[in-house]
Design a protein around this ligand. Structure first.
Ligand code: AMP
Ligand code: GLY
Length: 428
């Protein structure tokens, strides 16, 4: 089978590596891929958002199945385009991708179908937003309606911060059209859980739960990023919470999408907060998370290809999807300055890694003498072990074998999860 994989980050590296374990997979064409993906894929310099370029490529090559995993091409309708060419595809069409590409769409969906989430007001005029901010108590959360590389959410402790965020989005066009409409949400508190799930539009099969670490700085400091590290499983996601999520959030969401005429197939990512009033949806993503995918998929024991095909063929209820009960920790190694400005082209030194530790390439480029940096999030170090504590320690041991000028990483990946495990242990 020849697979067309759209994208070129750490997520696509993790997906390609997993798919390549499968003897049915002959070739993976990655558009554009990255330096490290050349180990498993044939990479071609076609941008993930270049619909015409992808169409031309798919016409010229034998493609049996496509995986569209980044948000932008899904929001642009790339999965619809490929299906229209007769190529079965993993990933939702444009209408279903609105669950991520418009936070106003998803908020209205949750309100209409009674899915627990933060209360929110929607604005398309700056003066109305400023008026609302003046009349309401902080803290509040200001969110761009559209896609913003995970950076369109502002947690505002004061009215002044909220007004500044609204102006940045609506007046200064920080994220262009994505910020023309905004949401202002109540501030929720509680541990966060990411649940990536396979769905064929009816059945939902959650993967192992995980916890992302979104801010650039340690302990929740600094601006939001695409994600600075992940642990899986997430100890806050107990069996009771999982049951409640399935009944009150996961199944109601896919049923709501079907009722709205845009059934969702592919990977539906539930970003949840476990509040004192129960789990609530913070965000939906219409795709695998990055770096969640390359963490969670290391724990998948059944073939990824089977789960992906089942989503497209609507046969998920009859498909075995199995995860191990081990743990994985993933530490993102970023360019100094990320998520702001950073240098590219810096040579990367890679030493010998300990057993059960792997390097995921995210923003790297292959050169004659090795790899150089080519993005903000450059690499991830993943480690697998039978407990989370061992996986975290092993991941950091792995980090000590990689370096480049100004390499930056958080030193507290997994700290909140381990504190939870230790306090639960003491309570027993
Ligand atoms: P999002 O891109 O919507 O996932 O938001 C990014 C991060 O902002 C989330 O992972 C949360 O940490 C935080 N966040 C978003 N919405 C809220 C909210 N209503 N209350 C508290 N924190 C939030
Ligand atoms: N790591 C968060 C995301 O992929 O949206």
């Amino acid at each position: 089978m020849n697979i067309l994989l759209i994208g070129g980050g750490g997520r696509e590296y993790g997906i390609a590596k997993k798919l390549k374990e499968d003897s049915r997979v002959e070739r993976i064409y990655a558009l554009p891929g990255n330096g490290g993906m050349e180990e498993f894929c044939e990479c071609f310099p076609v941008k993930a958002t270049d619909l015409d370029g992808v169409r031309a490529f798919a016409l010229e090559h034998r493609v049996d199945f496509a995986c569209v995993t980044p948000d932008d091409p899904l929001a642009m309708g790339m999965a619809d385009m490929l299906r229209g060419m007769g190529i079965p595809c993993f990933g939702p069409g444009k209408a279903a991708a609105r669950i991520e590409s418009s936070k106003i769409f998803s908020k209205q969906l949750m309100e209409k179908y009674d899915i627990p989430t933060a209360k929110a007001a929607k604005f398309d005029s700056l003066s109305d937003a400023l008026d609302y901010i003046a009349k309401n108590e902080p803290p509040m959360v200001v969110k761009a309606d559209g896609l913003a590389l995970g950076k369109g959410v502002f947690i505002c402790r004061t009215r002044g911060e909220a007004a500044d965020a609204a102006r940045e989005l609506m007046e200064n066009g920080l994220f262009g059209a994505s910020g023309a409409r905004i949401l202002i949400e109540e501030f929720l508190q509680g541990p966060e859980v990411s649940v990536l799930s396979f769905t064929d539009g009816k059945t939902v099969v959650p993967m192992v739960s995980s916890m992302d670490h979104k801010t650039a700085g340690e302990g929740g400091a600094g601006p939001n990023t695409g994600g600075m590290g992940v642990i899986a499983p997430n100890p806050f996601y107990t069996e009771a919470v999982a049951r409640e999520c399935m009944e009150r959030i996961f199944l109601p969401t896919v049923r709501a999408m079907e009722a709205e005429g845009c059934p969702f197939t592919g990977c539906l990512y539930f970003g949840l907060m476990i509040t004192k009033d129960g789990p609530k949806v913070i965000e939906y993503n219409c795709r695998f998370g990055d770096p969640e995918a390359q963490t969670v998929l290391t724990l998948m024991q059944s073939p990824l290809l089977d789960a992906m095909l089942a989503c497209e063929n609507r046969t998920l209820a009859d498909t075995k999807v199995v995860f191990s009960d081990g743990a994985c920790a993933n530490v993102v190694l970023a360019s100094g300055g990320y998520p702001g400005k950073y240098e590219k082209g810096l040579p990367i030194q890679i030493g010998e890694l300990p057993a059960n530790v792997s390097l995921v390439h995210a923003g790297t480029k292959k050169v004659d003498c090795g790899f150089v940096t080519a993005g903000g999030r450059v690499m991830n170090v993943t480690a697998n072990a039978d407990t989370l504590e061992k996986a975290v320690a092993l991941a950091y041991e792995g980090v000590s074998h990689v370096s480049w000028k100004d390499m930056y990483y958080r030193r507290d990946i997994g700290a909140a999860a381990l504190a939870r495990i230790n306090s639960a242990g003491r309570a027993e």
